[in-house]
Design a protein around this ligand. Structure first.
Ligand code: FAD
Length: 451
């Protein structure tokens, strides 16, 4: 027979663990957390890279120093996580062309300001179109970026943050500073600290039967009376409620079958949400050959193909002497690189570095290429709502369907795409579920009183 409990939580990323912790705090003891992979953390994931801990998923605590306090920053401070301030603002002045010449800072600044202006113009045009405002004469679309430097700037403006183009709650509410997590216990230590408060641990490991790893949920059969959760290994769990914390990429895939099918408004909202694939490729060298002084942490490579090994960071601020470079790819370039061998990726990256710093640059001893897109438990790095997504789109994404409660970064209207979005969504969903449970209890005691 299938084990029964009040709540099954699907996924042990930050939203699932935060939700579970809140439920436990409110006295819900009989819960099970089913996690598909062999670890907790989800998109927060450290990896040993030549004796050093690097973050394959989330790397920064973004939004610090503002009028409100970022709850993940608080968790990090309480756990004594080691972090390191990052200053992106210099990236735009460290742009190299394919012959290794740095663009003069005046030219770089001009191109940057022009790009910001046209991005704002483009946004206004879209806004007008959306609201059916026809301006006569109709506003011209700004010219699209063409030269390598324009393409490089367009890439950092659009594939990273558009904070200078449109306000982003993370920065307006929590502040504009960003801190890189540089701790050998990893960003995921925050999740461990949370889990430790309600799950049994032994010598730094969770040893609680309520956390079940390697449990891939494949089916949710639900009705008004509850849910049966079926896993790939043939197990079934009966519960009154499910908290489903898988990414929107997973919801868009066919990994989990819903019986009955989800209502149309729900699937439409899920399919409407865009996803970003974001790939940090780590390279370790026998020695350092890049500039390391102040303002040099980030640099760009300008190429005629947009997003081709554009965005670089050295790790000397976080880990002096580590001789590590990180290059970030996104979307189509991420997918392309995921599909090829790491050897080929190393060859391409070395070509780019030799363009920038000369032919005597040593070949990296080691390369690490995360594959978030091809991971069937992720299928994205994070959600990316269209700029003019409506409040209703978010309402639909997070609204429960019968006993299934949706959570995760993508359900948070203000902070989707971020670790704190995941964390806050877990808290919010558990609150909604507790309310629902209370209502259910009231109703059943009413029925009892009547019979
Ligand atoms: P997840 O962490 O994805 O948790 C969901 C869990 O569900 C996973 O553990 C998964 O294995 C599990 N699962 C999936 N399918 C099943 C199934 N069928 N059965 C059982 N379990 C299942 N945010 C920042 O704030 N700062 C950053 O610098 C930053 N950088 C990022 C860089 C990268 C490369 C990536 C990938 C993400 C980054 N993010 C960053 C975003 C941040 O990591 C996420 O928003 C957040 O971790 C999402 O948490 P979550 O709980 O919603 O989802």
């Amino acid at each position: 027979s299938s084990p029964s409990c009040s709540v099954v939580i699907v996924g042990a990323g930050i939203s699932g663990i935060a939700a579970a912790k809140e439920l436990a705090k409110s006295g819900i003891e009989d819960m099970v957390i089913l996690e598909a992979s062999d670890r907790i953390g989800g998109r927060i994931r450290k990896e040993d890279f030549g004796g050093l801990t690097v973050e394959m998923g989330a790397g920064w605590i973004q939004g610090v120093g503002g009028r409100e306090s970022n709850p993940v920053w608080e968790l990090a401070n309480r756990s004594g996580l080691r972090t390191c301030f990052s200053d992106y603002s210099n990236a735009r002045y460290n742009i190299y062309d394919q012959s290794g010449n740095k663009y003069p800072s005046g030219l770089a600044a001009d191109s940057y300001n022009k790009a910001v202006k046209s991005a704002i113009q483009e946004l206004r045009n879209q806004e007008a179109k959306l609201h059916g405002v026809s301006t006569v004469p109709s506003p011209e679309s700004p010219p699209s970026p063409k030269t390598p430097i324009e393409l490089a700037i367009d890439f950092i403006l659009h594939d990273f943050e558009m904070a200078e183009v449109e306000p982003i709650s993370t920065y307006t509410d929590f502040g504009e500073r960003e801190f890189l997590v540089a701790d050998e216990r990893g960003y995921e230590f925050l999740l461990f600290k949370m889990a430790e408060s309600f799950l049994f641990t032994l010598e730094g490991k969770i040893v609680d039967a309520r956390l079940q790893l390697n449990k891939v949920v494949r089916e949710l059969q639900y009705s008004r009376d509850g849910v049966t959760v079926k896993t790939e290994d043939g197990c079934a769990y009966n519960a009154n409620y499910v908290v489903l914390s898988v990414s929107v990429g997973v919801l868009q895939s066919d990994l989990i079958c819903f019986r009955p099918q989800l209502p149309k408004w729900k699937t439409e909202a899920i399919m409407k949400c865009d996803v970003i694939v974001y790939t940090k490729i780590f390279l370790k060298f026998p020695w350092k050959f890049w500039p390391c002084g102040p303002g040099s942490e980030f640099f760009l490579y300008a190429h005629e193909r947009r997003g081709y090994y554009t965005f670089w960071q050295h790790m000397e601020n976080a880990y002096p002497g580590s001789n590590i470079l990180v290059v970030t790819l996104t979307n189509e370039e991420s997918k392309r690189v995921e599909a090829q061998s790491d050897k080929e990726t190393l060859r391409e990256a070395m070509g780019v570095l030799r363009d920038m710093f000369g032919l005597e640059v040593p070949t990296a001893d080691r390369i690490l290429v995360p594959r978030w897109w091809n991971n069937r438990f992720q299928r994205c790095s994070y959600s990316n709502y269209p700029i003019f997504a409506t409040h209703q789109d978010f309402e639909h994404i997070k609204a429960p369907v019968g006993p299934i409660f949706f959570t995760g970064e993508h359900t948070n209207e203000r902070f989707n795409g971020y670790v704190h979005g995941g964390y806050l969504s877990g808290l919010e969903t558990s609150k909604a579920l507790l309310e629902e449970m209370k209502k259910g209890q009231k109703e059943s005691s009413l029925v009892e009183a009547q019979t």
